[in-house]
Design a protein around this ligand. Structure first.
Ligand code: C2O
Ligand code: CU
Length: 480
């Protein structure tokens, strides 16, 4: 199905209101989208490979790219064409709690055949995404995810602005999605890491580039569980935003970019390679399981310009409330559980490790059982009525939270409703003024974050390795 299938009903309204805006100075235009999650089919492995039965938004993998303008309201109608309940969570967007998409906690689930209208005004420009928050293992694992871009009023100067939505699938020999979601063994280890990585819903093809051009590259990891560590051979990507929030532009020291599930990075890359050459982009996160994701293929054209573009890489700031560290209330969240560490499995388990565990006896564990906890409590699933908050945060106050990973596994910890400052990791200050909504914790890491609790409601905090979330690595923070 083409992009036209996506109804951008608000176009006329937008033009009319924009006219009014100049005259009246108010009445921001409203953009409207419709997205329908439903069963569909997709060619994930190229045109020769068999089609895969998937669940998708508007028949597209990834779902339609939603483009909004900072500070302008949007209405998104979600029409449930699945045979089960769903919701949509607008990951990273600071919005009213009732629009956050957590079933039972912030809204009733959307029943099959029913719809729900989400309405919000994105305060921050940046790279965000959306996905279901119901039966997440299957709904996300079968393909429901899409990017949501909020455009800056004045973007930085680049030649091209590209989006890579990265996905990970576990396909069987027929090219169909393998069963076995929610394996208790995987839940206690690295989660359901797949065997097929897609870029914008397809087998990654080379990206054709021209020497001298400047590209803004927005990366979104929509995987259930796969953590990525990307290296750009022969290039020096500059990180300009983390989880949609601008940072002081920086080149990662070792050239390795960690991108765990739910994380986003905005990069600016000056194409400094040689015309006609090919430069690999590799993911080597899991030891011994590195692979080439894609590559930059230079055209033979002469460079677009002699020297890199002389324009600022600094994105305009977002209106984030700055936490006051002096007066901040302190909290500590202890992550515990999972399988004990084994030397050969740090950084996530290979299949051998899994097989070992199989025979090692996890037979007593059941699907949906808690194997992780936060401060000794465990919430399982995706969200349901009656979830009691672990802590209540005073509204309008600054809060300083120390997250301690007392497990042998990596966890991208996501907080709904807020972007937080990432202050320090294992006692060392985190440079470049980084904000995030999902912070990746290595085994034994301790990370300090801070934010102003300016948005009332019950907000989830959970690991975004979906198997971990549904098996207990989740809690609720109440702001009131
Ligand atoms: Cu992407 Cu509960 O989140
Ligand atoms: Cu986790």
């Amino acid at each position: 199905m083409s992009r036209r299938a996506l109804l951008r009903v608000g176009a006329c309204l937008a033009v009319a209101a924009a006219g009014l805006k100049t005259i009246a100075g108010n009445a921001a235009p409203t953009t409207e989208y419709r997205i329908g999650p439903a069963p569909g089919r997709a060619r994930l492995k190229g045109s020769d490979a068999p089609e895969t039965a998937v669940w998708s938004y508007n028949g597209q993998i990834p779902g339609p790219e939603i483009r909004l303008r900072q500070g302008e309201p949007v209405r998104i109608l979600v029409e449930n064409g699945l045979g089960e309940d769903t919701t949509v969570h607008w990951h990273g967007i600071r919005l009213p709690n009732a629009m956050d998409g957590v079933p039972g906690l912030t809204q009733p689930p959307i029943r099959p055949g029913e719809s729900f209208l989400y309405e919000f005004t994105p305060p921050d420009a940046g790279t965000f995404w959306y996905h279901p928050h119901a039966n997440s293992l299957q709904q996300l694992g079968r393909g429901l995810a899409g990017a949501l871009i909020v455009e800056e009023a004045e973007p930085i100067e680049v030649d091209r602005d590209l989006l890579w939505v990265l996905g990970d699938w576990r396909l069987d020999t027929e090219g169909q999605i393998a069963p076995g979601f929610g394996s208790p063994m995987e839940a206690a280890m690295s989660g359901r890491v797949g065997n097929t990585v897609t870029l914008n819903g397809a087998a990654p093809a080379d990206l054709e580039v021209r020497a001298g051009e400047r590209i803004r590259l927005r990366l979104v990891n929509t995987s259930l569980a796969r953590i990525m560590a990307l290296r750009f051979e022969g290039h020096r990507p500059v990180v300009v935003a983390v989880d949609g929030q601008p940072c002081d532009p920086y080149e990662p020291a070792d050239g390795r970019l960690l991108l765990a599930p739910a994380m986003r990075l905005d990069l600016v890359i000056d194409m400094q390679g040689e015309p006609g050459k090919r430069y690999a982009i590799r993911d080597d996160f899991y030891e011994g399981l590195g692979y080439e994701l894609t590559s930059f293929a230079y055209s033979s054209q002469p460079p677009l310009r002699e020297n890199p573009l002389d324009a600022s890489l600094r994105l305009p700031g977002n209106p984030l409330p700055r936490p006051d560290l002096q007066s901040a209330t302190r909290h500590e969240l202890l992550l515990e559980g999972g399988m004990p560490g084994m030397n050969n499995m740090q950084g996530g388990a290979g299949m051998q490790g899994m097989a070992k565990m199989m025979s090692g006896g996890m037979g007593g564990m059941k699907h949906g059982q808690a194997v992780w906890s936060i401060n000794g409590t465990a919430m399982t699933g995706d969200g349901h009525a009656g979830m009691q908050p672990l802590v209540t945060l005073a509204r309008g106050q600054s809060h300083f939270v120390t997250l301690r990973n007392r497990t042998a596994w990596w966890h991208p910890m996501h907080l709904h409703g807020f972007s937080f400052r990432v202050l320090s990791r294992n006692g060392a200050a985190v440079p470049h003024n980084q904000w995030a909504d999902t912070v990746l914790m290595a085994p034994d890491d301790s990370v300090d974050i801070a934010f102003v609790a300016d948005n009332p409601g019950d907000w989830m905090l959970h690991c975004h390795i979906t198997d971990h979330q549904t098996a207990g690595l989740m809690t609720v923070l109440r702001v009131e």
